[in-house]
Ligand binder design. Structure first.
Ligand code: GLN
Length: 382
């Protein structure tokens, strides 16, 4: 048995969703929309399922989807990607993360992550024999400093993993922070795996800046995207990786022995979806922003202090700021068992046995009625 897994439990998302199902709690934990997203994209998948081949798709992705990804990022983020060289399709962004970590580092290499970080990162790095180096970020701004980077980088640093917009902090990496990080990565020849699955879910007119737009990181950056988040269809597990050809070819070697290829009908539907007019995505984001505002206003009226939510499906509650004396784990457990609302403690995104974080994350990609019931129950249990 591999020791990396021996010390691990089941993911917090699965644990909290199971507890919610068991207790009948409202599930504001695991990040998924209450109702399925883009119907026109689902219809395209249904058509492809019956009208097109269901045999293995090309290993690196279907031509139409490679072109659609390159076109979409050209149009929305000004990137100039060659579909045949700079794009790889994976079975979800999690597979993309695995392919990147497994193929771009060697045992003993150091990988810098920013804590709190998405829960998949550390086990992937450790399973690849890498050493996790954590840089701690704190609310409300969750930004890293030059002094922290100076301390974290070493001659063994080969990779940095970032998330923007961030899950769970919701913050976007601003251009000046990208420039600072790029300076260190270029000096150390460290690649930057940038998990940008939430790139379209950004509020208040803020602009997402991705790794491939950062001067100096054009050949070191690995940009990861997800159809599940773009179309609010999280069960689809269709991911995209964009990078310099040399990195794509290396990652494809890992991908070919992880999942090999991704279901063709989903690839066809995602290719169709990426061609939808920009206004279609804006409609979805506007609805999510209204849900964020509804949850925030309700919680604040109920006596909770929330942290800024710049993007993603999430809003965080600052527990000490709300006068709650419990840590995140205890609040989340009490919430699901006594108040009947599942949430995710940010401790789950921190090193086990470390400092933890007295913050809980709530998913607002839900109907108004569900949000209102969640607010009511949490406020009553305070
Ligand atoms: N990305 C989702 C979240 O943050 C969870 C995905 C999963 O359950 N593995 O809630």
């Amino acid at each position: 048995l591999n020791p990396v897994y021996a010390g691990l439990g089941t993911t917090i998302f699965t644990t909290m969703s199971a507890l919610a199902a068991e207790t009948g709690a409202i599930n504001l934990g695991q990040g998924f929309p209450e109702t399925d997203g883009f119907p026109e994209v689902r219809e395209a998948a249904a058509r492809a399922l019956t009208d097109s081949s269901n045999q293995y798709a090309p290993m690196k992705g279907q031509g139409a989807l490679l072109e659609a990804v390159a076109g979409f990022y050209g149009r929305t983020q000004g990137l100039s990607l060659d579909p045949a060289k700079n794009v790889l399709i994976t079975s979800g962004a999690t597979e993309a993360l695995a392919a990147a970590v497994f193929s771009l580092i060697s045992p003993g290499d150091e990988v810098i992550v920013f804590e709190p970080h998405y829960d998949a990162y550390a086990p992937l790095i450790e399973r690849a024999g890498g050493v996790v180096v954590r840089v701690r970020l704190n609310p409300p701004d969750w930004r890293f400093t030059e002094a922290q980077l100076t301390k974290a980088f070493s001659p063994r640093t080969r990779m940095v993993m970032v998330t923007t917009p961030n899950n769970p902090t919701t913050r976007l990496i601003p251009p000046e922070d990208w420039a600072l990080l790029a300076r260190f990565c270029v000096a150390h020849r460290a690649c930057v795996v940038s998990d940008e699955v939430w790139e379209q879910v950004v509020f208040d007119g803020t602009t997402h800046h991705g790794v491939l737009n950062v001067p100096g990181l054009e050949t070191l950056g690995v940009k990861i995207g997800s159809a599940g988040k773009l179309f609010a269809l999280t069960g689809w597990k269709v991911g995209f990786v964009c990078a310099h050809e040399r990195l794509i070819n290396q990652m494809a070697k890992a991908h070919q022995f992880l999942t090999f290829a991704t279901p063709p009908m989903l690839q066809s539907a995602v290719a169709f979806g990426l061609g939808l007019p920009d206004g279609r995505f804006a409609e979805e984001v506007a609805a999510l922003q209204r849900s964020r505002d509804r949850l925030r206003a309700g919680l604040e009226a109920g006596g909770f202090r929330t942290l800024p939510s710049e993007g993603t499906y999430f809003l965080n509650i600052d527990l000490p700021g709300s006068g709650v004396a419990l840590d995140g784990q205890a609040f989340a457990l009490r919430g699901v068992k006594e108040a009947g609302v599942a949430t995710i403690p940010l401790d789950a995104f921190c090193a086990p046995g470390g400092e933890g974080l007295p913050v809980v994350r709530l998913c607002f990609a839900k109907s108004d009625a569900t949000l209102d019931r969640g607010i009511e129950r949490l406020s009553a249990a305070r």
